[in-house]
Design a protein around this ligand. Structure first.
Ligand code: HEC
Ligand code: HEC
Ligand code: HEC
Ligand code: HEC
Ligand code: HEC
Length: 457
């Protein structure tokens, strides 16, 4: 900073002093603001979920062993990220494979470690290993982009000075922390900034849950009563109440804090999606059962047997429960498929599709709802760091249906027994075998819907 020169004009001294004082005031204001902006976000500024749980015990129990809690330690995530990192030489592909920690270990990443996915997992601070946690979400003030985690997070200064916790209440009071109403927390955007994933170099849309919802019927309606945010389904769910579009989503009366007032609705924090295996790995049957309840209220199945005599069967699958595509998220990995078995009056198989082979792999010709990424030259890729294009996108938008046309040889049957199941699992068994070791983990398959009927011809 330049020193002001002493003025030769003694008469204007007073004015000059005032100007200098004013300038100093301006500069100090600018500097303290700049200091605030550049102040490093250190890990000790975050308060552990256990501390929050001291007063918010119900919410803590719901969040514990949720996919958010497990986002850093999830064995499938750890396995897949290792697999993705191996053997890459293209810098654009490496950049993608190093970007996972931004969402999966957000508290660590935002405070400087890990910067990259390949950074030493043993050096990650204990608190950051707890994934997407209370103080991270409740210190968020907004988002600067709606993909690849654009959350702006402003935590307090640690356990003794936890700062402002933002949430849905306008009249909330705690002796421990300041509270503030935050419209952002009531908006799907707080979820969407992470639930939209783009390839960092190629821009390929890898996950689009937020966009699917944003462009879909649960957002685009003039009837306020028909609008449902992410929170409206996922933060209304509790055991026995799947809270989907096809089931009631009743309010959850209770207390936000153990010694807080009774309120009409407390948003639940299970964050149940469709994953039945990872939470169960961490010994929580409750969350597995809740995922099954959600999946079994996601879709409807119907048969069109009008042309069955000609050897034609229609199968109609409707997305009746999800606020986004079915399936959504990581749909190059997720598997939702139809198992179809048609038998004649002598129990001979007339048509069969979608049965797993002896290794648990899906067989050729199966009708599967998923996405397939390509390398830019039309070849499918398993490693998403190489995803330069979308080769296939066969999923069902919210409130929409698809009809599958099955054709079989008509041999003057007298009777046909038709069995159709809509099945789901979180990943191909082949991928599990590849990243976690062959035959070590067998993923469970959930029956989302099934129909069995006998038609007399
Ligand atoms: C922008 C945020 C974001 C980034 C970056 C990100 N993910 Fe994810 N990841 C998610 C979300 C959201 C889900 C849950 C989606 C779902 O359930 O379908 C998820 C789920 C997963 C799962 C599924 C886990 C399970 O148990 O089913 C795997 C595996 C995974 N991510 C791997 C990775 C890898 C590897 C990277 C880095 C190349 C990465 N992710 C980068 C947001 C992100
Ligand atoms: C993924 C982000 C996220 C995480 C992680 C999270 N919350 Fe929340 N929480 C929210 C949102 C969003 C709302 C408000 C939902 C709305 O208004 O639509 C909320 C609401 C609340 C409320 C107000 C009462 C209620 O539930 O309606 C409290 C208290 C709260 N959370 C505490 C916690 C605690 C304690 C933890 C950790 C055990 C936690 N939250 C973890 C996002 C999160
Ligand atoms: C000493 C007890 C105590 C601790 C520890 C505590 N809280 Fe709270 N918190 C409360 C009480 C009491 C309320 C008011 C509840 C109400 O108004 O219904 C509250 C309210 C909230 C709200 C609602 C704010 C609003 O305006 O909507 C959020 C969010 C919240 N806490 C998050 C957290 C988080 C995150 C932590 C850990 C960093 C935490 N709390 C730790 C007692 C505590
Ligand atoms: C109308 C209710 C509803 C709304 C709104 C809704 N969801 Fe879902 N969600 C579901 C149902 C039902 C499932 C289970 C079926 C499936 O996997 O799609 C699900 C599954 C998921 C999954 C797991 C997908 C998988 O297979 O791994 C994620 C992640 C998810 N939702 C996130 C979101 C986000 C983020 C939003 C808001 C942008 C949202 N949901 C809005 C009902 C809803
Ligand atoms: C900081 C980024 C981030 C934010 C914010 C976030 N999520 Fe997630 N979410 C993830 C990641 C990463 C996963 C997957 C963790 C894993 O599988 O390892 C996930 C998993 C989930 C799942 C479980 C998916 C399954 O396969 O079962 C649901 C449901 C979900 N999130 C809903 C929400 C909702 C609702 C919100 C907003 C209130 C939200 N998320 C906010 C990153 C985020």
């Amino acid at each position: 900073m330049m020193k002001p020169k002493p003025s030769p004009f003694s008469g204007s001294k007073k004015i000059i002093v005032t100007v200098i004082m004013f300038t100093a005031f301006l500069l100090s204001a600018v500097f303290s603001h700049a200091e605030q902006l550049t102040e490093k976000l250190t890990i000790d500024r975050f308060v552990s979920a256990e501390t929050c749980g001291d007063c918010h015990s119900t919410i803590y129990d719901q969040w514990q062993n949720s996919m958010h809690h497990l986002s850093h330690n999830d064995p499938l995530y750890v396995g897949v990220s290792r697999y993705m990192l191996s053997g890459l030489t293209d810098s654009d592909e490496i950049a993608e494979s190093e970007s996972c920690v931004k969402c999966h270990t957000p508290v660590g990443n935002i405070t400087g470690y890990p910067e990259k996915t390949s950074d030493d997992r043993n050096k990650v601070a204990e608190i950051a290993t707890k994934g997407i946690q209370c103080d991270y979400c409740h210190s968020a003030t907004g988002a600067d982009k709606m993909f690849n985690n654009g959350l702006i997070v402003s935590p307090g200064h640690g356990e003794d000075d936890p700062g402002i916790k933002r949430g849905p209440f306008k009249d909330s009071n705690s002796d421990y922390h300041q509270s503030a109403f935050s419209e952002f927390h009531t908006d799907a955007k707080i979820c969407g900034t992470c639930h939209n994933v783009s390839h960092v170099s190629f821009g390929t849309k890898l996950e689009t849950t937020y966009d699917e919802w944003k462009n879909g019927p649960y957002n685009n309606t003039t009837d306020e009563k028909q609008k449902i945010t992410c929170q409206g389904c996922h933060m209304h769910q509790r055991p026995g109440i799947p809270a989907t579009a096809s089931t009631p989503r009743p309010l959850n009366k209770g207390r936000a804090a153990d010694d807080g007032p009774i309120r009409d609705h407390i948003f639940t924090h299970y964050f149940t999606g469709a994953n039945t295996d990872i939470p169960a790995n961490f010994k929580t049957d409750e969350k597995r059962d809740m995922a099954i309840e959600r999946l079994t209220h996601s879709a409807d199945l119907a048969l069109d047997t009008l042309k069955i005599k000609e050897g034609k069967l229609g199968i109609i699958v409707t997305n009746s429960g999800a606020g986004h595509y079915l399936p959504t998220g990581l749909t190059d990995v997720r598997q939702m498929w139809l198992e179809i078995v048609i038998k004649d009056e002598k129990k001979n198989i007339v048509f069969s599709s979608g049965k797993l082979d002896k290794d648990g792999y899906i067989t050729q010709g199966t009708i599967i709802y998923n996405t397939v990424f390509g390398d830019g030259k039309g070849h499918p890729v398993l490693n998403i760091s190489k995803a330069r294009e979308i080769l296939k996108d066969k999923r069902i938008p919210p409130k929409e249906s698809v009809t599958e046309h099955i054709v079989f040889q008509n041999n003057n049957f007298k009777q046909l027994n038709i069995s159709v199941r809509l099945l789901y699992r979180s990943a191909p068994q082949k991928l599990i075998d590849l990243v976690l070791g062959k035959g070590k983990n067998v993923l469970s398959v959930v029956t989302m819907k099934q129909i069995e009927t006998t038609v007399n011809l």
